[in-house]
Design a protein around this ligand. Structure first.
Ligand SMILES: C[S@@+](CC[C@H](N)C(=O)[O-])C[C@H]1O[C@@H](n2cnc3c(N)ncnc32)[C@H](O)[C@@H]1O
Length: 224
């Protein structure tokens, strides 16, 4: 992981360039027709062929569009069929704005699947005193509280705690319907978009007590 200061400096320097690049892409290059699948934050290993992959990191990972997800997404209104993001939204400072952006860009009837560190399960495991559930990433800690803090805040890289009710509130307030929590790697209401290749990117060491909280939702169709 990059040191926090290095990352902060990167965003100070690169944010205006990423905003400009995102704007140019949205106005001139973003596809307007056809079926369009977008992954936000593929990172170093999760680039998905056939999808438009958007990330700030084009140095150690691969992406198709270099843009800053803290700002307006680089797509036109009502042009996207599906958004997918895995362990990315917890890095964004304004989730209400981000969910509105997902809604703006999706076609009527389009859907999203997003999620990250499972705050509900972390709280449960903390209360149960189950120290072994917490992983040694990014740091190794001995105490239950230390392991809890490590999981939730990840060296202050994470800006929020993801719980189902919080994500459902954000999605509902943006206008989404049929919001559901899904089992990572297994469950989806949208198999036509979220196929086996996508589910394979959601490994879980403890499937009954998942480390990742994922939700799906849909923008109402034209006649709803
Ligand atoms: C923890 S990684 C997750 C990678 C991958 N999705 C996974 O599940 O392994 C978070 C990703 O989100 C990207 N990201 C975080 N904040 C971002 C921002 N403001 N703009 C664009 N990308 C961002 C990072 O560059 C990184 O690739």
């Amino acid at each position: 992981m990059l040191a926090r200061r290095t990352k902060a400096l990167f965003y100070i320097v690169a944010a205006p360039l990423m905003r400009a690049n995102g704007l140019v892409y949205r106005l001139l290059l973003a596809p307007r027709t056809g079926s369009i699948k977008v992954q936000l934050g593929p990172g170093q290993k999760n680039y998905m062929p056939g999808w438009i992959n958007v990330d700030a990191n084009m140095f150690t990972g691969k992406c198709d569009v270099w843009a800053d997800l803290r700002f307006k997404l680089p797509f036109r209104d009502a042009t996207i069929d599906v958004f997918y993001s895995h362990h990315t939204i917890e890095h964004l400072p304004d989730l209400a704005f981000h969910f509105h952006e997902l809604y703006r860009c999706l076609k009527p009837g389009g859907c999203f699947r997003v999620g990250g560190p499972n705050g509900d399960m972390a709280i449960r495991k903390f209360q149960e005193g189950d120290s072994n559930w917490f992983i040694d990433f990014p740091d190794s800690r001995r105490s239950l509280g230390g392991r809890f803090e490590n999981f939730i805040f990840c060296r202050q890289e994470h800006l929020t705690i993801l719980t189902y009710s919080w994500l459902a509130e954000l999605a509902t307030e943006s206008g989404f319907v049929e919001i559901k929590q899904c089992q990572p790697g297994k469950e989806t209401s949208y198999p036509e978009w979220i196929d086996q290749a996508v589910l394979a990117m959601e490994p879980e060491t403890t499937p009954d007590c998942p480390h990742t909280l994922l939700i799906e939702g849909r923008k109402p169709g034209p006649n709803e």
